[in-house]
Design a protein around this ligand. Structure first.
Ligand SMILES: [Fe+2]
Ligand SMILES: [Fe+2]
Length: 352
């Protein structure tokens, strides 16, 4: 039997606050910065590829299905708006050192996605450089606007967007490996590797934003859950409303099983909710309609994950010999003792 909304809003203890609002805000910013430091160190070690030299371009096939060309050109179209994705949010974040540093780094990893898809469009053999130049010019006729002028909402937007992008690229990679039934195209290890490389970046971005979203949910649950539900209600993929030809691109994604509504709920929203220690979408959205969207979070699981994040960040600073210079200690926000003693082990609690 599926759990109902009322199961989650039921009689649960309310954890006492251990930190002031200012202390909780400081904990969020400090751990954002510390995660950025650890992330960039690992990113440089593990995913330091270049769009020109990461694959053998001479071996890519020229006889792919029409849908593959449409999809790759669409992927390039979405990724090439990277300057638009960076500038407006950077303007909002510029006073926060960790957030703005991260945003620039994120943008640097996104711009190489545009470069790699651009190389791929031409290497597939149907388009010439002059075509992609005029395509890019037409794409940039309209500029991208942030879906929310709110850094909080944008974190949750990016959690969903990064996961959706990862799944799309993985599925095209499956098609290129002959493992996606609805998209028959010649097996192509080079195209498959292109997809894997970019998907691994998107997966890393997804995990980064999940960690930040957990920080927000843990240290500021009421505001954060409300923002997440608002994003969930209105989410659309970036550039959908400004990119010429998006209808054809989106329809092709759907028809080939690379991405679509079912995949979105099954492979994107489901894993996002699990990662954020939140109940299933129908329960969460039901709470929102009942005016109680702030009421559900698996606070025990969430605290464990945030604590693990803080400890890993601290280990990074210790191994770098910097832990004596920067604050990196774990700060619980809630008194959990009464919760552990509560006989309801569902771990779903009301939070004030
Ligand atoms: Fe990307
Ligand atoms: Fe990304």
């Amino acid at each position: 039997m599926h759990p109902q909304t009322t199961d989650y809003i039921a009689s649960a203890p309310v954890p006492a606050e251990l930190l002031t609002d200012v202390e909780r805000a400081e904990a969020i910013e400090r751990n954002f910065l510390n995660l950025y430091r650890r992330y960039t160190q690992q990113s440089q070690q593990r995913r330091n590829w270049h769009a020109d030299t990461c694959v053998d371009w001479q071996s890519i096939r020229h006889d792919h299905a029409d849908a593959v060309h449409t999809i790759v050109e669409g992927f390039f179209g979405v990724e090439q708006y990277t300057p638009d994705y960076v500038i407006p949010l950077l303007t909002l974040l510029r006073r926060c050192y960790g957030r703005s540093q991260w945003h620039i780094r994120w943008g640097a990893e996104e711009e190489r996605h545009a470069d790699l898809w651009r190389n791929t469009v031409l290497a597939l053999g149907r388009r010439q450089e002059s075509w992609i130049d005029s395509y890019t010019y037409s794409l940039r006729e309209k500029d991208y606007r942030l879906p929310w002028e709110s850094p909080l909402h944008m974190v949750f937007y990016q959690v969903i967007q990064e996961r959706a992008t990862q799944v799309s690229y993985q599925n095209l990679g499956l098609a290129a490996s002959g493992r996606l039934a609805r998209l028959a195209t010649p097996t192509d290890e080079t195209l498959s590797k292109v997809c894997r490389l970019i998907a691994s970046d998107e997966a890393a971005h997804f995990h980064f934003f999940v960690e930040i979203a957990r920080l927000l949910l843990y240290y500021d649950p009421e505001t954060s859950i409300r923002a997440f539900v608002e994003v969930l209600h209105k989410f659309t993929m970036p550039a959908r409303d400004i990119m010429p030809g998006y209808e054809t691109f989106g329809q092709t994604l759907h028809d080939t099983g690379v991405f679509g509504r079912i995949i979105y709920f099954r492979d994107v929203i489901g894993p996002v909710l699990t990662a954020l220690c939140l109940p299933p979408a129908r329960v969460l959205l039901g709470m929102h309609e009942a005016g109680a969207c702030w009421a559900a979070v698996n606070i025990n699981a969430l605290e464990n994950k945030v604590r693990t994040l803080v400890e890993r960040n601290r280990t990074h600073l210790q191994s770098a010999g910097l832990s004596h210079l920067f604050k990196s200690d774990w700060q619980p926000a809630w008194e959990m003792k009464e919760l552990y003693e509560h006989n309801d082990q569902s771990s779903i609690f009301r939070i004030r």
